[in-house]
Each structure stands twice: as C-alpha cells, then as structure tokens.
Design a protein around this ligand. Sequence first.
Ligand code: AMP
Ligand code: MG
Length: 433
Amino acid sequence: MTDTVPPLGPSPLSTGDPQIRVDAARTLIAAALQPLTQTEVVPLDQALGRVLGVDVISPIDVPAHDNSAMDGFAFRGSELRQDADSAWRIASLVMAGDPSPATPPPGECVRIMTGAVMPAGLDTVVPLELCREAGTQVGERVLLAPGRLKPGENRRLQGEDLSLGRPALARGRILRPADLGLAASLGLTELTVVRRLRVALFSTGNELREPGQPLDPGCIYDSNRSSLSAALRRLGVQVIDLGLVADDPAALQATLERAVCEADVVLTSGGVSMGDADYTRDLLARMGEVAFWKVAMRPGRPFAFGPLRRAEPGAPPAWLFALPGNPVAALVTFHAFAQEALWRLAGATAAPVPRLTARSVAPIRKRPGRTEYQRAIVEPAPDGGWQVRVTGSQGAGILRSMSEANALLVLGHDQGSVAAGEPVEVWLFDGLV
Ligand code: AMP
Ligand code: MG
C-alpha cells in the first residue's frame, strides 16, 4: 500500500501572520492533514501503542461454548422449586477444559467448575456456597432453598464476549493492553498496524550546546530536544534526531532538506517559529506553504505550521511544526497542537488525551481573549473529587514548573478569572492510555 495524499493545492493556511485562536489553529491543522495509510504486520507483543490499520473481525465465538461462571452444580432452570427445597443427584463431574459433557436425566445435576462447558440442555448453575447441602461425588445429593436463584443464572453464553464475523476491534484504535488480550482471545498472533510515523526533530539557536559538552559563555544546554523526543517516543513515533542547527540560512536549509527527505513530520523548536529572520521566511516560502501564526495563547505564541514539498512527484508533503524555543512553550504547544495532529497523521481515530474537570484550589486571574495553559498539580480533594493547584512560577522558560506538574490547567479563550472552588479543565500528563 502507498500513502494517498492529494497534490498540494491552494493552502487553507494564510501566511500573513494573523492573530489566531487556539481552537481555530487546531481546526486548520486537523483539516490539512492526511492520515498515513501504509500498514505493516507486527507480532502481538510488538503492537502495544500502535494504531490498528484494519478492522479485526472475530474468526470465532468467544467463548466458544456456553460455560459455567461459577464452581457449583449445573441443572435445568425449570426444575427450580419456589415452594420447597430443590434437590438433585450428582450425575457426573466436569472440569474446565473437558470436552462437552453428557446431559444428565431430569432430577440430576452435573458438578461443574468455572469455565467448564455446560452440558446440553442445562441452563443454570448454583454456586457451591449457595447450596444448603452440596455433595461432592457422583450419586450424592444437592439441596437448594427456595428463592436463592433464578433460571439462567451463572451461565456464560457462547459468543457473549465476541461473536463470529462481528468486528472485534476497529481500525484507528490505539492498541492498549486489553486490546492485545482480546486479539489473543481470538487466537491471533499478529496484527496489521499503520506504519510508524517518522518525525525529524531538531533545535535551532547559536546559543545551544549538547548536554555533556562544555557550556561556553552565554550558552545554554538544549533541553527541548530531550523533552520533545521523549514526548514523541511516548506517542510511539519514530524519532529522527537531526541535532542542533545554528542560526544560519545554509545550515537551516540543509537540515530542512534532509528532514523533508526522511520524515513525515518535521518538528523544530526555536527561531524558526518566530520567522523573525527574513531568511527563514524566504526559505520556508520556497519549500512549502508554511503559515506563521500569532496564536492567542500563553505560553507559546509564535508557532508555524504547514506542508513542505517533497522532491518526488505525487509524494505527500512533510508537515512542519515549528514550536517556540522557550522550553515550557515548546512542550505546551506540542501538547496543544502537535500531539493530536500526530495521532491523526498516524491514522488514530480518537483523541487519546482525557480532558477532565477539577476544582481550582485558589482564584486565578485571567483575561478573556487568549487560551492559557498553567502548569498544575491535580490531587484528591479532602471532601472527595479532584482539585487542582498551579505549580510555582509560570514563566515560559521555567521548565521546573512543568517538571513538578502532573497536568496542564487549561483556561479557554473566552474565559475570565476563576474563583476558588470553581471547576476548570485539566489535561493529565499521564493516564491509563
Ligand atoms: P527563540 O524561540 O529561538 O527565540 O528562543 C526563545 C528562548 O528559548 C531563548 O531564551 C532561547 O535561548 C530558548 N531556547 C530556544 N531553544 C531552546 C532549546 N532547544 N533548549 C532550551 N532553551 C531553548
Ligand atoms: Mg533562537
């Protein structure tokens, strides 16, 4: 299979530096992207976190037979008495894994273990602990007081989990542990997944140095590549690390050209996003249709996004996400714009980030007219539910505020100040995805 992407037509993205709302930017990004369609087959134990490439249709019924949900005795539900004890004799014993057992005559039951196949014609199981008298051997008696059980109870029906020929897992699903278990319950050993998205990552700035190298006067260590690379790896994409790029037209051009050749997405931080140097804008204008947005948000205003053309005719573009250089702004814009877009490009159908509400511990001052992302800690409230408080200094360069947080507290574009105790939206960094 190949990626099918229409040729780059007129861009929906204005390149005139407009002020833009966060939600408008997200909508434009989502509308521009074409999901990957190339798939590959991987063993089940390699499929965690991958995007399912095709619907999985169940090749069998799960369970394959009616079976017992309890250790107890199987009998005909019609034999339950309402007025007096019901009584049966044990005709046989059946364990999980035994082949289909014989049907006992009326008035007799089968001692049955959890998961064992129900004898044909028997539809009800009384758990051991419910019996007034519970024999253990063939010929012994089982007694049950009236009113303890209804016909049909404690029996699992054939196909009640998954039925033959019905979709078991839908294409576009990000595969979780339960999904892999479900695939295994169908007897599958491999799954067809969308091929991994390739993301080229580099940092720009003359002042940046590699950790482990001496820190020259006036310089700082590159932290964005570490945090963004980790954020990308969490999404299960393949990261192509293109290192540090100086604020130099030739170096930037060479790196971008390489990135476009090798990757589906080009993710940068620093300078490029500002587009403040004319050469950057000229270069990107020649390479594609990149929009420079002043997004109405804090932190992380400068942001550029758009397609970069690839040399081969008909090839889909590489998508540039140029994030601001400030370490907090880089991560926040990644979460606000890039993460969902990358899932979309990777063929995932649902946004996997749960957005929850928690009560703000303290008042928060906020002007309507921009979206704000504050670094915050979500914790259990003393009176139940969840509460949220912001972490220390919220400066866009103070990475510690992000490191100490377990969530972003998101205040919407039109929202004003928040009173203590008011519910606010939070995006948890970690979840049972
Ligand atoms: P810029 O967007 O290039 O103007 O950068 C804004 C601020 O973020 C400056 O203080 C930069 O030094 C800093 N910065 C840019 N890139 C990085 C990076 N990769 N790691 C740490 N800080 C950065
Ligand atoms: Mg810079």
